[in-house]
Design a protein around this ligand. Sequence first.
Ligand code: ADP
Ligand code: AMP
Length: 220
Amino acid sequence: MPTTSRLFVVLFGAQGSGKGTQARLLQDRYGIPQIATGDLFRHNLKNKTELGQLAQSYMDRGELVPDDVTNAMVKARLERDDTARGAIFDGYPRNTAQARALSEILAEQGGEVGRAIYIDVSHDALMDRLTGRRVCRNCQATYHMIFNPPQSAGVCDRCGGPLYQRDDDKDTDAIDRRLQLYFDETLPVIDWYRSEGLLAEVDGDQEIARVQTEIVEKLS
Ligand code: ADP
Ligand code: AMP
């Protein structure tokens, strides 16, 4: 892993592989922020911004928001002071054009991706994970009705906010489209990071704490 005081980590994996769950744990452990492009789009949607309105139709259909819009949003996010020591990317980059854009954006700031972690989860587990997922409306922490339930039903352990089910997790056709897109467009990016010598793989079919331990081992 390149030795730099800034730690930029990319988390890869299909929708439902546990990127968000793991990114939040890493954020607490390393004190660097999670940058989840899906969360940023949903935040814009909730606040009815122009960006949110543009993104909505793509998100509803389970398609990718255009690269120029997504890359500009990430660039703006990286200009915030809290990324001075690095960041954990979750759900970005999702295709090779975004991977190239991320390298350019980081290079402009004197940074680089230090490690790409691929959380490998069997296809059969993904649908169950996605349909049982619940998210805090307030802080975006992620739970699962069966595999990772909150202490009190419908309430976030972290902040007490209300939990909800994402619209795109209610629609099994949209889930299928998102997974297909992942296999078509995102898997090639993993090969690219592998060829750059930056990829580490972890077995995501284990309990959450065990996956976290494996990721931390790969980052040390
Ligand atoms: P992603 O960000 O990759 O789409 P999430 O972190 O939102 O995935 O996880 C998807 C769902 O699976 C959530 O409901 C989460 O609580 C659950 N989950 C995450 N990791 C595991 C795991 N290792 N075992 C079982 N369920 C998990
Ligand atoms: P996620 O929360 O990662 O599952 O993303 C939810 C939705 O946001 C996706 O289905 C896309 O429509 C959009 N999205 C998130 N990240 C990206 C990205 N890197 N590029 C394009 N669209 C994205």
